[in-house]
Design a protein around this ligand. Structure first.
Ligand SMILES: Cc1ncc(COP(=O)(O)O)c(C=O)c1O
Length: 296
């Protein structure tokens, strides 16, 4: 079983509090822990040989699933988007750590990856990995959402607004389900996904939420020097490290909405830091190669 630690909100200023979900476990950080918790419980009830899941080169979910598999003695397979990543010189720290944690990587083309949710494609994978527990990209499914419902505690009902980053939509869905209807939940997609609103609607019934889709900085794992400056200043001001793929974009968005008075100064705001810090090493490797400022 994975053991979780209680996380305690950090006060940033009189208006803003941050929930350090990265503190929940030393290795399986943030929403990844929440998403895996009930899926692993379910896997343990069945006769599965391991977990097979999906992700991109920087995927926190791949890193976390590999680490959980290693801790719990469960074999793991990661189906990775991008055949070019199979070359040894392209293996980044995220994928390297997954391999070190015993995960077997199956690289597939970006074209094939688009079929990852189709029955025919899954059946072809199961021919090789029969009896594996299939966990969708980003680990999002009903059980993951159930786990993410535990992100908010009763004490968090004092907040008017709860903000979180959005990838596949599982995390925000859990937060929406656990919120009170007088609270507003604001989501900040970290990638361009025109389907995301629909995806979230599959898991939630409430309407107290809204997405702000202008803070993806060009797409998944794309950054610019403004974002990196923001992350480094945030770290200097609050001694909190943000990740370059998700939380930095969301918190940049929150600060911008406060500046533009879309979020009123009277609103008490809780920001969920969903972890992902493991991705910094890989991003810095890329930034250094392209002569960008590095993440501190
Ligand atoms: C650190 C981090 N924050 C937020 C998210 C977004 O979560 P979701 O895919 O459930 O929307 C992810 C991706 O899963 C993540 O790795």
């Amino acid at each position: 079983m994975l053991i979780e630690k209680k996380v305690i909100n950090i006060k940033l200023n009189s208006q803003l509090y941050l929930k350090p979900e990265y503190d929940i476990h030393p290795i399986i950080s943030g929403n990844k822990f929440r998403k895996l918790k009930y899926n692993i419980e379910n896997l343990n009830k069945g006769n599965y040989s391991g977990i097979l899941t999906f992700g991109g080169a920087f995927s926190n979910h791949i890193a976390a699933t590999a680490a959980a598999g290693n801790i719990l003695g469960i074999p793991t397979v990661g189906v990775i988007r991008g055949l070019e990543l199979a070359r040894n010189d392209k293996i980044n720290p995220t994928l390297k750590s997954a391999v070190e944690n015993g995960m077997k990587l199956e690289f597939i083309s970006r074209k094939d990856y688009k079929n990852k949710n189709q029955d025919k494609f899954i059946k072809s994978l199961l021919k090789k990995y029969s009896e594996y527990y299939i966990l969708s990209e980003g680990g999002t499914n009903n059980l993951a959402v159930k786990g993410c419902e535990e992100i908010l505690s009763e004490n968090d009902l004092i907040f008017d607004i709860v903000c979180c980053s959005v990838g596949t939509g599982g995390t925000i869905s859990g937060i929406i389900n656990a919120s009170s209807s007088s609270q507003k939940v604001l989501g900040f997609p970290a990638l361009k996904n025109p389907q995301i609103h629909k995806d979230i609607c599959k898991f939630v019934k409430k309407s107290n939420w809204k997405l702000f889709c202008d803070y993806h900085f060009g797409g998944y794992a794309k950054v610019n020097s403004e974002l990196i400056r923001f992350m480094n200043k945030f770290k200097m001001d609050f001694k909190i490290t943000l990740d370059p793929v998700y939380t930095s974009k969301m918190i940049y968005g929150v600060f911008d909405l406060i500046k533009k008075e879309v979020i009123s100064e009277k609103d008490k705001v809780l920001i969920i830091h969903t972890g992902g810090i493991q991705g910094i090493e890989g991003m810095n490797y890329y930034l250094k190669k392209n002569n960008f400022d590095l993440i501190l």
